[in-house]
Structures are given as structure tokens and as C-alpha cells.
Design a protein around this ligand. Structure first.
Ligand SMILES: *[C@@H]1O[C@H](CO)[C@@H](O)[C@H](O)[C@H]1NC(C)=O
Ligand SMILES: *[C@@H]1O[C@H](CO)[C@@H](O)[C@H](O)[C@H]1NC(C)=O
Length: 518
């Protein structure tokens, strides 16, 4: 017996020899991003690695191999809060324009990169890491962290692969058939939409070229470069670092998005945040789900929209239609509502995955955040999507196109449209059937995505930055990709030929004229 436990001990110790020190940076102060962050941290800890997690949501339940760097003081999220006010969205006051983009970029750079706790980490030359993983959110400055710690750098992308992020490891995608992450255009496009996509993507490239590039260079010089200099690394410009990420880990999967071609350094690990074992439901919820006769409809608008911002009229209207259904409705809402119909239950907090996993849950009404649409496909549940913000429109439109969703637009009078959508769903089994089909595609992979995530992170460390995955497109300037130089050569040759021909022809003419005169 003692021998066996000694063996176990030795294996454990030996197992820890290959443990890596990993810095994980998820700066966005939004709950859904934190769920993704925790998924990454959990997967890496589970594989035996030592993780330092830079987060605005420090966890109280600390694992012995986890160190947390609390940036909550700087990641004040008033911009996000403003964006997430339902009444303001309904009144069309919220716009995702370049002004708001700049505000967000400032939050990610000026505020978060100068956070006292983060600076303490950067300034401590005793700190070393084997690899840095950072969430990409509209700005690229965090790529400098790899240079500061003199180790490979990996981007984490929260959404489907898109042109801007792919340009960091390969090149821009073709706007004729690949939408921008802000767009809800689904290909194939008609002429007008194809042109719209081109203009919208060109504007983003212009924003990055004319504004963001110099902004990021300055922020890098001011906020990160001093710490790489302190560690004795030569001072270099940000442009040398920006295109040097080893990998992108993408929270996406083809069952959820489009089958676009991806560079070798882009690894899709969508669904990794869902634990293989579903947690049991609390007794009260389990009772509701077990005992529902006609199935349960789960309604949640995610973690960012707050119920207190819902207009009264909308709340009343929703209760009215839910009360008229034969099904049970479970509504995730932070508020107690008076005069609840007997078939409607309100919960403050909902274990979403456990609810979706229950066979009696027949429909998910959601805002269409990528986590929610992923979880719907994971558990094979159809959705009615009410997109509100950012990529949600795109997620829902894709789900509609795939055939497991119905879209309803957020509006003061949306209750009637929601009723129509629910009736349509109840009459027609095809949404459920499609959700189950996609779920099969989603699950039919060689390994679980959380294992794949760990595998690629380890691969990058083992191969010192995985330079073999680097796309050759990064080293070819645009004019060469478009063969503009060849075009110029052809023009020159044609011009030269023309000149020669003209000369010969003219001189012949002159000669013949001279001959005639003579
Ligand atoms: C960084 O560390 C040095 C000592 O190495 C210390 O003098 C300095 O005050 C620190 N800077 C910050 C911003 O903490
Ligand atoms: C680029 O990445 C590779 C692999 O991680 C690394 O060896 C190299 O030093 C990096 N270059 C710069 C300028 O950061």
C-alpha cells in the first residue's frame, strides 16, 4: 500500500515538472468575458500549470496554483453600463460608432495598463512566464506583454473569427463573402450588401491605420516598453511586436458560424468553457423542471442587461403573453414582479447550463450572446433571439440561417412579435430537430475543446513560439499580394514596346517619304 502511494506521489511530482507558468489577461469588465476567462484558467490549472490571472473579477475560491491580479479599480465599466441600458437601447440612444470605440480603446489601454496592481507585476523583474495569453478586444497593445516577459504570446478571441483579428496572424479576409464582426450581413450577399460590407470593413481598416496605429505605438512606449527596457531587452517599436503572436485561440466552432478558411495559427476551441459534467440543479428549480407538463421555456437576457432598466410597459406585456402559455416559463430577472401568473417563475440567478441540459427545457429565449448561442447548440436547444448589442445580431442571424432560431427585434411593442414567434416555434418541430442536428456536429470532435486549448498552449511553449505556424502572408506587403509591381513592369514594357514600334514605324514612314520625294 505504502509502495503504491509512494508511486502516486512520484508520478504527481514528476507530472509537475512540466508545469508551465502562464500569464492570463482578460481585461474586459463584463460577466460573460469573465466566464470565458475562468474557463481558460480552469483548463490550465486542471492540466497542472501555474496561472497568474489578471482580472477585474477576482475569485474568492482560490486554487493553490492560481495567483490573481485584481484590476477592478481601473476596469470601471461605465461605458459598458451605458451601452447596456435597455431603455436607452430601445430609444435608439446607443450607437456603436467610432467615438464609442475610442472610449473603449482608452479604457483598455490608458486605464487598465496603468492599473497599480498590474504595474506591480510588470515592474517586478523577478516575475517570469513561459507564455502570455491575452484577450483581444479592439486594441492590440497587449501583444507587448509577450515582449516584456520575453516569452511567446497568444491572443484569445471571444467571438467568431473576423477580418481584423485574422490580419494580426495572416491577412484581411475578403469582404465579398466574410462579414465583419459588427455586421449582421450573412453571405451570400446581393450587390448592395456586398458593397456595404466593403465600405464598412474599409472604414475599420482606415480607423486602425489612421488612428489606432499611432495611438497604440504611443501607449506601448509609455505603458509597456519601460518594463521590457528594465528587463534589459532592446527598445523596439510596437510594429515589430504587433504581428508576432504565436497563435489565436478562438472561442468559435463551425457548428455556430461560417465555414471560412482559417490560418494554421488560428485554433477553434469554442465550447471549452462548458464543463463536461453538468452541475445538479438546486432543488427548487429541479422541481419546477421535473414537474412541468408541457415543457419549460427559459428566458434570459444575459448578465449585462439589468432588469431595472426594463420599461414597465415591456415587463407587463411580457408577463401577459407568458401567462397565456400552456408551458412553464422560467425568467431570469433580478427583480420580484407582482401578480405573477402561476406558470411563470422568476429567478434572480440561474444555472443556465444545468437548465438547458434538462430534457424538459424546450426553448431558450436569449439576447444571443455567443456564450448563450454556444450553450444552446451544446445542449441541442432551439432559440428565439432578441439581439441587443455588438455581435449578438450576427450570432442570431447566423442561428436563423442555420435553422434553429427565430429572431425578434427589441422594441417597446415586441410582445406581440414574441408571441407570434413562440406560436411558430410550438407549431413547427423543425427548430428543435435542427438544434439537435447541430449539437451532433458540435460534439463530434476528436477531443474536448478544453483539452485542445491546453494542448495548443503547451505546444507554443514547447516549440518556443510555434514559428512553424506563422503565415507567410505576414511577410508579403499588399502591393506584392496584388502583383502591383508586376502590373507596373507590364505597363513599362508595353510603353517601351509602343515607343519602339512607333519609332520604327515613323522612321519607315520618313524613309519612304524621303524615297518618294527623291
Ligand atoms: C518599480 O520598481 C523600482 C525598483 O526596481 C521602484 O524604484 C519603482 O518605484 C517601481 N515603480 C513602480 C511604478 O512601482
Ligand atoms: C517573436 O516571437 C518569437 C516566438 O515567440 C520570438 O522568438 C521573438 O523574439 C519575437 N520577436 C519579437 C520582436 O518580439
Amino acid at each position: 500500500m505504502a509502495g503504491v502511494s509512494f508511486l502516486v506521489l512520484v508520478t504527481l511530482i514528476l507530472g509537475h515538472v512540466s508545469a508551465y507558468k502562464i500569464l492570463v489577461v482578460f481585461p474586459v469588465p463584463a460577466t460573460s468575458h469573465n466566464i470565458l476567462a475562468r474557463g481558460v484558467v480552469r483548463s490550465l490549472l486542471h492540466a497542472g500549470h501555474e496561472v497568474t490571472h489578471v482580472t477585474p473579477f477576482p475569485d474568492t475560491n482560490v486554487h493553490p496554483n492560481l495567483h490573481q491580479v485584481d484590476i477592478s479599480a481601473s476596469a470601471e465599466n461605465s461605458h459598458i453600463k451605458d451601452q447596456m441600458n435597455v431603455t436607452r437601447i430601445l430609444n435608439g440612444e446607443v450607437k456603436t460608432d467610432f467615438k464609442m470605440l475610442k472610449k473603449f480603446v482608452d479604457l483598455m489601454n490608458k486605464k487598465i495598463l496603468s492599473d497599480a496592481n498590474l504595474v506591480k507585476l510588470l515592474n517586478d523583474t523577478g516575475q517570469t512566464f513561459d507564455v502570455v495569453i491575452a484577450e483581444w478586444m479592439l486594441t492590440d497593445t497587449n501583444a507587448g506583454l509577450g515582449y516584456v516577459f520575453n516569452c511567446p504570446f497568444i491572443w484569445f478571441s471571444t467571438i467568431e473569427p473576423h477580418s481584423v483579428i485574422l490580419s494580426l496572424i495572416d491577412e484581411h479576409t475578403n469582404s465579398a463573402y466574410i462579414p465583419d464582426y459588427r455586421s449582421s450581413n450573412i453571405p451570400p450577399y446581393d450587390f448592395v450588401n456586398r458593397v456595404k460590407e466593403l465600405i464598412s470593413q474599409a472604414m475599420m481598416i482606415a480607423f486602425r491605420y489612421f488612428y489606432l496605429d499611432s495611438y497604440q505605438n504611443e501607449r506601448y512606449k509609455e505603458l509597456l516598453s519601460p518594463y521590457s527596457i528594465k528587463r534589459g531587452r532592446p527598445e523596439i517599436s510596437f510594429s515589430e511586436i504587433k504581428y508576432n503572436a504565436s497563435l489565436i485561440l478562438g472561442n468559435s466552432h463551425v457548428s455556430l458560424g461560417l465555414a471560412i478558411r482559417l490560418p494554421q495559427a488560428y485554433k477553434t476551441i469554442g465550447g471549452y468553457h462548458i464543463e463536461t459534467e453538468v452541475k445538479p440543479l438546486p432543488d427548487e428549480l429541479k422541481n419546477i423542471l421535473d414537474n412541468t407538463k408541457n415543457g419549460l421555456i427559459y428566458f434570459s437576457m444575459g448578465s449585462n442587461l439589468k432588469s431595472k432598466d426594463f420599461p414597465e410597459l415591456l415587463k407587463k406585456g411580457l408577463l401577459e403573453i407568458f401567462g397565456g402559455l400552456k408551458q412553464t416559463v422560467l425568467w431570469k430577472f433580478e427583480e420580484v414582479l407582482p401578480n405573477l401568473p402561476p406558470n411563470v417563475h422568476i429567478v434572480n440567478w440561474a444555472p443556465q447550463q444545468s437548465i438547458l441540459a434538462h430534457p424538459n427545457c424546450i426553448l431558450f429565449i436569449t439576447h444571443g450572446g455567443l456564450l448563450s448561442t454556444t450553450e444552446a447548440v451544446h445542449f441541442g436547444k432551439p432559440i428565439i433571439g432578441i439581439p441587443v448589442f455588438a455581435d449578438q445580431f450576427n450570432n442570431i442571424d447566423k442561428a436563423v440561417k442555420k435553422g434553429f432560431a427565430i429572431r425578434v427585434d427589441l422594441a417597446y411593442d415586441m410582445k406581440d412579435k414574441l408571441k407570434v414567434a413562440i406560436d411558430k416555434f410550438l407549431r413547427n418541430g423543425r427548430y428543435t430537430k435542427k438544434a439537435k442536428e447541430l449539437s451532433l456536429i458540435y460534439h463530434d470532435r476528436p477531443v474536448h475543446p478544453s483539452k485542445e486549448l491546453v494542448h495548443w498552449v503547451e505546444h507554443v511553449v514547447k516549440t518556443r513560439g510555434a514559428p512553424h505556424l506563422r503565415s507567410p502572408a505576414l511577410d508579403v506587403p499588399v502591393y506584392q499580394k496584388l502583383y502591383l509591381d508586376l502590373f507596373v513592369v507590364i505597363l513599362v514594357v508595353l510603353y517601351a514596346l509602343k515607343t519602339i514600334v512607333v519609332k520604327i514605324f515613323c522612321s519607315k514612314k520618313i524613309v519612304s517619304k524621303k524615297l518618294k520625294r527623291n
